[in-house]
Design a protein around this ligand. Sequence first.
Ligand SMILES: NC(=O)c1ccc[n+]([C@@H]2O[C@H](COP(=O)([O-])OP(=O)(O)OC[C@H]3O[C@@H](n4cnc5c(N)ncnc54)[C@H](O)[C@@H]3O)[C@@H](O)[C@H]2O)c1
Length: 457
Amino acid sequence: MTDGNEQQPKPTGVTRRDFVKKGAVGLGAAAAATNINLISRAAYAQGGGTTLGLGIVGSGGRGTGAIFNHLTAAKELGIDVQLRAMGDVAEDRLSGALSNLKQNWGAQIDVPANRQFVGMDAYQGVCAADEVDIVIQTTPPGLRYLTLAEAVKNGKHSFVEKPVCIDSDTYKSVLASGGVANNKDLAIVTGTQYRRETSYADAITQLNEGIIGDVTAAYAYYCAGTLWHRGRGPADAPWSEMEYQMRNWLYFTWLSGDLIAEQSVHNLDAINWAMGGPPARCFGSGGRIARTAADYGNIYDHFSINYEYANGVQCSFMGRQYPGCDNRVENRFVGTEGTLDIQPNPGRTRWIARTHDGETIDINRGTDGNNQPYVEEHKALLESILNNDPIQEIQECADSSLTAVMGRESAYTGKFVTFQEMAGGDQRRRPAEPFVPGPVNQEDRYKVVPIPGTFAG
Ligand SMILES: NC(=O)c1ccc[n+]([C@@H]2O[C@H](COP(=O)([O-])OP(=O)(O)OC[C@H]3O[C@@H](n4cnc5c(N)ncnc54)[C@H](O)[C@@H]3O)[C@@H](O)[C@H]2O)c1
């Protein structure tokens, strides 16, 4: 992540405060870690003896990273975890990840051929495996509703990457799965890692304690470059349209939620975190100008959304994916007594609070409370399972995902959109199930680039 327009802290006027006040993140980790030795691990492994069994659905880039993070967390906590099942729609993604993991983690990777599941129903095999206690879900976001429902149905704990929903229907589905998980004492931890970074949590704590007075406005930016495209498959045997879309999921709204949900959700989640919940309504615009070829499906490449919270505070959001431009990924809060700028950078988030005259009130250069947020997510998950106090954070992540989705819908339609109409509505953006290799049902519908004023939603 590059902070192209990084604001430099002012050298004068610093009143350095004590950062000993830790957010819940740090304290929770320390306290829970001391309890681990008191627990009989055998009581928690649901079929794999005394070692916790891990499974993954969607063994791509983040999925492989999440396994590294999970095994690192387990090692740091002194817990035995083995990866025992993998699933992906693509054999090459699964085998590539497996050999990488074996090289790095040796005997902790125990995934024999009968626990390697390839295909669009791979999630069912992983979630049903008796040897698995926890399922990491890093498939495209539009399929999160499927994998989460299957995991909780089979009594598995979950780590789910953000965003967790892409429309009203999947929002309701993941919340319903959260309810089932609650009844079964199953943990669900989400990949909104800013919340597990001590310097980011420090900023929100300071904000809530009034470092800039009462918040009157907020800004969120996720302006970044372009991402990958995976082509159409071998020239002599191109992928079917369904497989093509699943492998190139970023570019189809029904699978990614569009870039505002897939990528910018982090910075919208940070605003919701600070404001204590999602906005009431929004008004926005967007389009595609730098990335218009058919290869890029039907998503936009830029959004500009104005969010209004129930207390009257407005948040201005700008997000884009353009090649060759300056990047800007940050949050800004304006208060009655000053401003707070936060520049996220995993493990090194920095923030600075200034008076309206520009004097520094306080600063964290990203060195205080340095940590590994991607590992902390998995430590929290493991601790909550072993302490028999399962974390349930699907609501916050679903609300922030729907915040992104409502902004997208406002941009697509050109209309005001309320959180309530999205949360209670029946919008469903995906083709009819089951998803099988071959054509995509009503394919043209999923390739339409929305034109505001004419797009029905
Ligand atoms: N928290 C973060 O900082 C962060 C960073 C990157 C990605 N992510 C999230 O992680 C998720 C995965 O992103 P990624 O970058 O790893 O993408 P990726 O394309 O590298 O991985 C996704 C994998 O899912 C597989 N897949 C597609 N359809 C499937 C299906 N029906 N069944 C099984 N597998 C299927 C693909 O073949 C691929 O291997 C997304 O939700 C993304 O937003 C989060």
